[in-house]
Design a protein around this ligand. Structure first.
Ligand SMILES: [Zn+2]
Length: 717
């Protein structure tokens, strides 16, 4: 005769009995809805300990168990009302990477998640603890409330500090970080020294955002743990390393690519790239218009030739290429790829991964697979002369070749290929089409609103195009208060006709003619973006952020309008760049380094400046997205003043452990030795070095390029 008042307790008992009470020791309980007495009964009759029962119930429910004493974090003691604690018989056992850890003896209480969601949103996780331990925890909260009138500090759950991780082991913090990254749709997770600890950031929809701060002890533990798991050398901290590991997160299998890089102060920066065994989408689903889909179909139906996709890192080039390959993929066609790394796994393709360290370069891998006679070839990226030559040569011998090129727009691909030593005749013969693309964030449908007249970007857009931006971003819970959710492709696609092809024969000297001939034959990136702005899918601010100043130049050209005042436009919206990677240029008169800062901005970097050491310190404290500090030394300084200046900067900003590049006036090459002698550990570059070169140094540092060493290319003397 079972007479439970509480269905939840009944359920726990029944489930437990079904799974563990094979011998039928447990008799039915009567008139008992109390969780404590159910636990007592089970432990008594089966002779197992409370901790063991805790483990069993946890595994029944598929969650973690929490054996032992529960120490309620003081700052959370009042977070859950006493009534709720008693009613559901729960206690707060800690915080794990932003999630409140809630201990319950009965994970089958169906009303509990709802009650907790009311308080914590989605930021909580359940663990199983013994009723006695929960009782003691509830008692301690009661005492705390009785004896103190101290105001309970509310805790920002997304910014947990070290003390809240105290009860979490390194592996559990790690899995929690990985889980959260994946839940947010992150493509990368970064762990790098910041202030006195480390900051964990994730890249979501192409933008870095802060997830949490951890103490340096925990950061060290995490790096050691991940290195061990990924088969890397845990003792070598001063060498860049890479490794990989397979993990299952939230039901999906992920291939994690891990790289570490030593940074100043004997610390390491860690980057994890999440490669999901992703599904491939149809071109129209990524955001290509019907016209664009047809053009791509025509290009990919050619028996041979080269089709290039251009754009910066993270602009979705690989996704587009795989969507194209997907349409070509059938048993009658042999498709082979050479990539670094292989980002998608697709049935029916033969995919090769480049491994420079093991001597398998792009060129070498390509030569090997060409012997296998593929019909269609995907080359991950053309970045050197040899790869460019092989790509063109294979197109010439009857293969259809797809690849990517790191240029801003489609037309720039042609001078770039000529730079790489491609013969104009071969280029004219093989080049079938070039596309260039970007990913723009889409307005959140839950909160977007009709554009208000006081929106400066929208007003500028209307002035230039004489059409209206339909909606503007607001921000709500469902989009993480960014106003945007998900991304879409904007593209420009060039299909080269026979007549245009002949203009390519002239090489370098006819590029202008070729560009003129192409003018008006395709929709530019900016025009494609404006279509999405007018139809209310994205905003002018977003297009301007992603495409840069070029967005406004192209529109003004297209509509024969006047260019808006870009400096005021960008100043008013400087907040929008807050999540982009940033470079701090420091030094007296640094705000006058227009060439360098423009070059950096054109490479999608935010530029911050500081005229003196104190303000450099404060800028670094306010911005956790600064990746590199460039210190400009004025040529007006004496030798002694230069040494003092560098020493002052070191005192103020060395704590940040961010790599610094000191630019030395071209006529003071002896300063390098002088500064080294006085203890400088930064890297040096002469101001005579081209801005573009400095930008590429900065980018290498940021992208964690493992071939990069400070002090090789940039050394001055
Ligand atoms: Zn929203």
């Amino acid at each position: 005769m079972i007479n439970f008042e509480s269905d939840a307790v009944h359920l726990l008992y029944k489930q437990y009995k079904a799974v563990y009470d094979k011998g039928g020791i447990l008799s039915n309980l009567s008139s008992d809805s109390n969780i404590s007495s159910v636990w007592q009964k089970i432990t008594h009759e089966t002779q197992i300990s409370a901790d063991e029962l805790c483990n069993r119930v946890a595994s029944l429910a598929g969650i973690e168990s929490y054996p032992g004493t529960i120490n309620v974090p003081v700052q959370l003691a009042k977070k859950i009302p006493m009534k709720t604690l008693v009613r559901h018989h729960i206690a707060i056992a800690g915080v794990e990477v932003g999630d409140a850890v809630i201990a319950t003896a009965n994970p089958f209480d169906t009303e509990l998640p709802e009650a907790l969601a009311f308080i914590f949103g989605s930021h909580f996780k359940l663990v199983v603890a013994a009723p006695d331990n929960i009782n003691r925890a509830i008692e301690s909260v009661k005492q705390l409330q009785d004896t103190t009138t101290r105001r309970a500090t509310s805790l920002n759950l997304s910014r947990s500090s070290q003390s809240e991780h105290d009860d979490g082991s390194v592996p559990s913090i790690m899995s929690s970080l990985l889980r959260q990254s994946v839940n947010q749709g992150a493509s990368d997770m970064h762990l790098q020294p910041f202030l006195n600890g480390s900051v964990v950031r994730v890249r979501v929809d192409g933008r870095l955002k802060r997830m949490t701060l951890v103490s340096s002890d925990i950061a060290d533990g995490l790096i050691r743990h991940i290195k061990a798991q990924a088969g890397m050398d845990t003792t070598a901290k001063m060498l860049p390393q890479d490794g990989r590991m397979l993990v299952e997160l939230e039901g999906n299998e992920y291939d994690l690519r891990i790289s570490t890089l030593p940074v100043a102060g004997g610390c390491e920066k860690l980057v994890i790239r999440f490669l999901n065994r992703q599904s491939v989408y149809a071109l129209a689903d990524i955001g290509f218009s019907l016209d664009e889909v047809h053009t791509v179909r025509r290009l990919s139906a050619k028996p041979s030739g080269v089709v290039l996709v251009c754009g910066p890192t993270g602009s979705g080039k690989t996704t587009t290429l795989y969507s194209i390959l997907n349409t070509l993929n059938n048993e009658a066609v042999s498709i082979m790829t050479v990539e670094n790394p292989v980002e998608y796994q697709m049935q029916g393709l033969s995919q090769t991964e480049v491994n420079e360290k093991a001597g398998m370069s792009f060129a070498k891998a390509l030569r090997a697979i060409l012997r296998q006679d593929p019909d269609v070839l995907l080359i991950g990226e053309i970045r050197d002369e040899e790869t460019a030559q092989i790509a063109m040569q294979s197109a010439l011998t009857g293969h259809l070749v797809f690849s990517t090129l790191h240029t801003n727009d489609s037309l720039s691909a042609i001078p770039r290929l000529l730079d790489l030593g491609i013969n104009p005749v071969i280029l004219a013969e093989t080049l079938a089409g070039i596309m260039s693309q970007r990913l723009l964030r889409k307005l959140c449908n839950d909160c977007k609103q009709e554009t208000e007249p006081d929106n400066p970007m929208a007003a500028a857009f209307e002035k230039v195009t004489r059409t209206v931006q339909a909606y503007e971003a607001v921000g709500c819970e469902s989009c993480g208060f960014s106003g945007y959710k998900g991304r879409t492709v904007v593209a420009e696609i060039i299909e080269i006709s026979q007549a245009q092809r002949e203009l390519l024969l002239g090489g370098e000297k006819d590029i202008a003619k070729f560009k003129n001939a192409m003018h008006g034959t395709f929709n530019s990136l900016s025009m494609s973006a404006s279509r999405l702005i007018i139809s209310g899918i994205t905003t002018a601010a977003e297009a301007s952020r992603v495409i840069g100043h070029q967005f406004w130049y192209a529109l003004a050209d297209e509509y024969s309008s006047e260019l808006p005042d870009l400096s005021s436009l960008y100043d008013k919206n400087s907040q929008q760049n807050i999540n982009q990677n940033a470079v701090l240029i420091a030094g007296e008169g640094c705000s006058k380094t227009q060439l360098l800062s423009n070059a950096l901005k054109n490479s999608w970097l935010t530029v911050l400046t500081a005229e003196d050491p104190i303000s450099a310190n404060s800028v670094l404290h306010k911005n956790d997205n600064i990746e590199v500090v460039i210190l400009e030394l004025s040529d007006l300084l004496s030798d002694e003043e230069a040494v003092n200046t560098v020493a002052q900067y070191r005192r103020e900003i060395a704590w940040s452990r961010i790599p610094a590049l000191i630019r030395i006036p071209a006529d003071k090459p002896h300063w390098k030795a002088l500064l080294l002698e006085h203890g400088a550990t930064s890297k040096f570059a002469s101001k005579a070095i081209d801005e573009k070169e400095v930008v590429s140094l900065v980018q290498s540092a940021i992208s964690n390029n493992l071939d990069f060493r400070w002090g090789t290319k940039s050394e001055n003397s």
